[in-house]
Ligand binder design. Sequence first.
Ligand SMILES: [Mg+2]
Length: 409
Amino acid sequence: MKITKAEVFVTSPSRNFVTLRIETDEGLVGIGDATLNGRELAVAAYLKEHVVQLLIGKDPSNIEDTWQFLYRSSYWRRGPVTMAAIASVDMALWDIKGKAANMPVYQLLGGASRRGLRAYGHASGTDIESLFDSIRAHLEQGYKSVRVQTAIPGIKAVYGVAAQTQASGERYDYEPAGRGAFPTEEDWDTRAYLRHLPTVFEAVRNEFGPELPLLHDGHHRMTPIQAARLGKDLEPYDLFWLEDCTPAENQEGLRLVRQHTTTPLAIGEIFNTIWDFQLLIKEQLIDYVRAASTHFGGISPLKKVMAFAEQYQIKSGFHGPTDISPIGFAAQLHVGLSIHNYGIQEYMQHSAATNQVFEQQMTFIDGYLHPGEAPGLGVEFNVEAANAFPYQQAYLPYNRLVDGTVHDW
Ligand SMILES: [Mg+2]
């Protein structure tokens, strides 16, 4: 079998997605996700200008060799643009291999290790009442675990709070990236956040009881000592995890957090390679790997990082909001179903327009995800529907402190 064609599509059904579509001389088609939120055209150009021509004539069955060739032959390794481009090739080749074998990808990865994949959704509110309503709505949809994010008194717009009016007047429902030629400015005050958040979790525990697994995303805004304090303050409320408590480029900083709290830690959604996790896994500084197939080089490296993590009883918690296309999401479900050390999967649900472009076999039943039994990844890319939603420039917001200093968003 040989690759005869590789095309890159940028489409915007509710939000932007970059998709690689590979054709073979045997008529099999594979698709991969190369979406990098707010920097989509950089990955599209990387693929179109530097990768597509290298694939023509190659045997699509040599997935590992192709991955190593793209990673090592560029000399300039790593980084989100490069790794999203490589991820899309890797996923497309796994998709083709599954179709050639007439098996879902999880079967090629070793078969199912469980019946379904526990998922968590994003509950949020501008106040306690709207937060409770959002948690109830998620429980009614079948979610058995819930991430909790709320507005902070005195702060105008906070990451992760749905239906919260932003400075631009737009709402957060599906995507924090605002369409337009410049990112929206938001404000931030870590001390106000640290004071407020434990009171929110106390209220949620009082209302919903001790059993419901609760998660929270700090979104990289704390220093290590601030994160240590928050983890300690949240211990009475028994979190499933505290996510992205620090920016994590400073990996040693997690040692300090770990020394002070037993709240489980999850990190890694902005990591691009297994090496970004090396110290964190080896020293057992985290409990969950937050990598995303799309930003981590695809299915092949995701399997490797989870095999490494397995030795330390560290589990998966793959990044899964709507900035991962249904292709990247399916790739994670196949990995999650096959590995032993599965933890939980973030699941935010794509919009109707997105589901029109990406036709999915995946199911979400009684709180559990399953990638389905279709050969390959189980996602069909509808080119005609994709072309009806042209790219629209969009940026993620950024933060400034009260004195005007730029802060982590
Ligand atoms: Mg996060």
